[in-house]
Design a protein around this ligand. Structure first.
Ligand SMILES: Nc1ncnc2c1ncn2[C@@H]1O[C@H](COP(=O)(O)OP(=O)(O)OP(=O)(O)O)[C@@H](O)[C@H]1O
Length: 254
């Protein structure tokens, strides 16, 4: 049977395992995210979310299992897989002695994006994230939120089809958080895929089409908000919020 391009999942994780010492940070975890989906990964501290994403981004080697971006195995075809992917870590590294447009030009060069393409895209991203007026300033003088936004712009400069973001709203004020959320929604509208971790349940509740709850390296629940609510209604009661569902599912299992 042939597979139409649209049928290839944006992200296909199959029985992924990663141990640190004798502890399994990721434990036989499988996850399929179709193209065009906004997917949130939730889980208590230390659940294995960042470890999973670092493997998907090719920053960490799995002990077992596979991860594929649009059909490309991150271990076997790392260059192709990475080209299709944006990864925004929770502690992005920036170069303090550059200005924002110089940083984006530098990152675009790493991805071999031509200056003709990169320049308008950089300007658009900087304007959207309200960093354009700071374009003459060195990054070392940027606030934490400004750095976070610039890192996001850098992750998007090669126009990746799949975005993986680890806690993208950390350190952002309400206005900046709104800019980032709008930017992400705009990308999903264009058919791109977003996978993010967040501890802001309201963000998952309002933006994500599907949610996976991870605990101790495994997915313990998955579905749309309504499906998760339904599954948890028995114990959380009607009108349960995602917080009720989350706390209910993860209670007593840590
Ligand atoms: N480099 C490492 N060396 C040893 N243990 C690690 C390493 N990285 C992660 N771990 C452990 O793996 C487990 C999963 O960590 P991970 O950072 O993936 O969790 P998380 O779900 O992202 O947590 P948080 O919500 O707190 O960011 C934790 O027990 C953590 O201590």
């Amino acid at each position: 049977m042939s597979i139409a391009p649209g049928d290839v999942p944006a992200l296909h994780i199959d029985r992924l395992t990663k141990r640190f010492g004798d502890k399994a940070a990721v434990d036989n975890l499988s996850l399929v995210i179709p193209q065009g989906e906004f997917h949130a990964l939730l889980g208590p501290n230390g659940a294995g979310k960042t470890t999973t994403l670092r493997i998907v981004a090719g920053l960490l080697k799995a002990d077992g299992g596979t991860a594929r971006i649009l059909g490309h195995d991150v271990a076997e075809e790392p260059t192709r897989a990475k080209q299709l992917l944006a990864f925004l870590p929770d502690d992005p590294l920036l170069y303090g002695k550059l200005r924002a447009p110089e940083y984006l030009e530098f990152v675009a060069g790493l991805w071999r994006v031509s200056p003709d393409e990169a320049q308008p895209r950089a300007e658009e991203l900087l304007r959207w994230l309200e960093l354009w007026e700071h374009r003459g300033e060195l990054v070392e003088g940027f606030s934490r939120g400004m750095r976070q936004k610039l890192a996001l712009a850098g992750a998007l400069i090669h126009d990746p089809k799949v975005m993986i973001l680890d806690e993208p709203l950390t350190g952002l004020d309400a206005a900046a958080a709104r800019q980032v959320k709008d930017l992400l929604l705009e990308r999903v509208k264009r058919g791109h895929t977003i996978v993010l971790t967040t501890h802001i349940l309201e963000m998952a509740e309002r933006l994500a089409q599907r949610i996976s709850i991870i605990q101790r390296g495994r997915i313990i629940a998955q579905g749309s908000l309504d499906e998760l609510r339904e599954a948890a209604t028995a114990s959380a009661g009607h009108g349960a919020t995602l917080e009720d569902v989350f706390l209910n599912l993860t209670a007593g299992r840590a």
